[in-house]
Design a binder for this molecule. Structure first.
Ligand code: NAD
Length: 372
């Protein structure tokens, strides 16, 4: 099947592409970003949950060569109809939340991308696995580590892959900082700061409903600072401390955190200090410091363009549509067993959930929690 990518490499100058980007991308193991026709296998994906982010992924997938949107799972017939028309989805690839187990009889769908509210991921992902289809699941993968592990186990048992929608793990500026850190260019890593937040608007949205969100800002946006601390420092934390502050208890009910600050300690002695909030805009910043240099990124995890610099100068990397690149890479991971620089598998999701469980415990007890 042939496809072209119209907007994939937007906002990148031809000279930068020719002079610096292609060799670096090659080194980082990123995909062929040229307009060359593609005749290889294509991952055929159904999206479950046709909301804001599902729509963004569907639009981004228009420019994929190795992945294609072929099906939908939704509880809203009018949305299904609109998506069928927009993306040319045949009736036989449309399901609702009651009948999607029948997807097991559909040979034209390889994977289901679960993009529903957090609390639904666990049961939906397990049903998809039981139907014999690969699972891509949005972050947070589940509400806690126990649920996450059950998803990993179910996918293993069904012999399907489980990936988490960690789009930053493919983002070129991010990968360049990781490459520099691995090459020792920052020296001994000592400190990471991750600031992630936005102002949560509508008080009636599912993100502010403990039942559906499983928590508050940490589940939704603070997870980027946590995950970022791990891939930027390149180690697994051994302890965590955390504090919660709430300025609007009316809007942020019990169990829905408005702002959490957390600190992580790593085996090498490096520390991370992170802020997760639903009450501030323009909070999207990473800072990594070592004894020979630093990297800072702002924005660091938003949809981009991601910008950053190090002690050596600007990070000149291509600006990509994160979700297009993510789906291209996930196609290679699922169809060809490609190993990404930073894992996106279920085990990686569970690692974050274990630390999030500990962060909530630290908030509750005021204690420093040791991580196994
Ligand atoms: P959304 O509210 O825009 O969409 C959620 C969709 O789920 C809607 O279409 C809704 O109809 C459907 N749904 C199914 N069952 C539902 C139920 N019982 N209650 C409420 N809605 C139900 O939310 P979103 O922003 O698309 O977020 C969906 C998931 O994607 C979340 O897990 C979120 O964390 C994740 N997300 C990830 C990113 C990212 O950059 N990776 C960005 C945004 C959202």
């Amino acid at each position: 099947m042939k496809n072209t990518r119209r907007h994939f490499l937007h906002k990148i100058t031809a000279s930068a592409l020719a002079l610096t980007v292609i060799p670096r991308l090659g080194m980082a193991g990123l995909p062929d970003m040229t307009e060359a026709p593609y005749d290889g296998p294509v991952l055929r994906v159904a999206i479950m949950g046709l909301g804001g982010y599902g729509t963004r992924v569907a639009e981004a997938m228009k420019d994929c060569k190795k992945a294609k949107l072929v099906g939908v799972i939704s509880g809203t017939p009018s949305k299904v109809k609109a998506w069928q028309e927009k993306y040319g989805i045949p009736e036989k690839n449309c399901y609702n939340y009651d009948n999607f187990d029948n997807i097991k009889n559909n040979p034209d769908i390889d994977a289901v991308y679960v993009i529903t509210p957090n609390a639904l991921h666990h049961s939906q992902a397990i049903r998809v696995a039981k139907a014999g289809k690969h699972v891509i699941c949005e972050k947070p993968m589940a509400l806690n580590a126990k649920e996450g592990q059950e998803m990993v186990d179910a996918c293993k048992k069904a012999n399907v892959k489980l990936l988490v929608g960690y789009r930053m793990h493919f983002e070129p500026h991010t990968l360049e900082v990781i490459r520099m850190r691995q090459a020792g260019e920052f020296g001994k890593i000592l400190f990471f700061q991750g600031l992630c937040g936005f102002k949560a608007g509508d008080p009636g949205q599912w993100r502010l409903n403990k039942e559906l969100a499983g928590g508050g800002s940490l589940m939704d946006i603070g997870i980027y600072a946590l995950n970022g601390a791990r891939y930027m420092i390149g180690e697994e934390p051994v302890w965590v401390t955390a504090q919660e502050t709430k300025t609007d208890p009316q809007k942020f009910k019990p169990g829905v955190d408005e702002t959490i600050q957390f600190q992580l300690g790593f085996p090498s002695g490096a520390v991370a200090s992170c802020l997760s909030t639903y009450s501030m805009n323009n909070l999207d910043k990473f800072f990594l410091n070592g004894d020979k240099g630093f990297a800072e990124m702002q924005p660091s995890t938003g949809y981009g363009p991601i910008k950053g610099r190090t002690h050596k100068g600007e990070l000149n990397q291509p600006v990509v549509v994160h979700q297009t690149l993510q789906m291209e890479e996930m196609s290679d991971i699922i169809l060809h067993g490609k190993q990404p620089v930073v894992p996106v598998n279920g085990e990686e999701g569970v690692r974050d959930l274990k630390i999030m469980d500990a962060i909530y415990e630290a908030v509750k007890t005021g204690k420093k929690i040791a991580l196994k």
